[in-house]
Design a protein around this ligand. Structure first.
Ligand SMILES: [Zn+2]
Length: 150
């Protein structure tokens, strides 16, 4: 990925009316026993909330849906390698398996950067499957950043 998230965010100081359309197109889905329990996209701009990443919102919705604070046996699919915040939230939620698409060498924290799950302070490591649909995910993100530059 040529562009970074900070590039994208500094470039688009959009008026509130267009909030929501400029979100980095990251999507997350939480699945339990082949059933989708929650899905979400990034909503940091729409909600004016720096923590409103797709994974965070999906975890909140899944916890609400099942009335639990933890999601053992649940799997999370996300188009982009999770950041440190989301990697931690996935661990706290006791997610069983994490599937992600594109690697994010600049902002990721699973196989990149801090490698959150490899730290001794991480008490629950999900099984990680990376590069799932990587090409499609990377292309979606590239298209998004291209449109930002146009
Ligand atoms: Zn995140």
């Amino acid at each position: 990925m040529a562009s970074s998230f900070s590039d994208a965010s500094s470039r688009s100081s959009s008026p509130p009316a267009s909030a929501g359309r400029d979100e980095t197109p990251v999507g997350a889905v939480i699945v339990f026993e082949d059933r989708i329990v929650a899905r979400a996209g990034n909503e940091t701009r729409a909600r004016r909330d720096p923590t409103a990443h797709a994974e965070m919102l999906a975890i909140r919705r899944a916890c609400e849906a099942v009335g639990e604070e933890r999601l053992p046996g649940f799997d999370l699919y996300v188009t982009l390698e999770p950041c440190a915040m989301c990697a931690a939230a996935i661990s706290f939620a006791r997610i069983r398996r994490l599937y992600f698409g594109a690697y994010d060498p600049k902002g990721g924290a699973v196989t990149s950067g801090p490698r959150f799950y490899a730290q001794p302070t991480c008490h629950h490591q999900p099984e990680v499957y990376s590069g799932i649909g990587e090409q499609a995910s990377a292309e979606l993100l590239r298209a998004f950043f291209r449109s930002k530059r146009a």
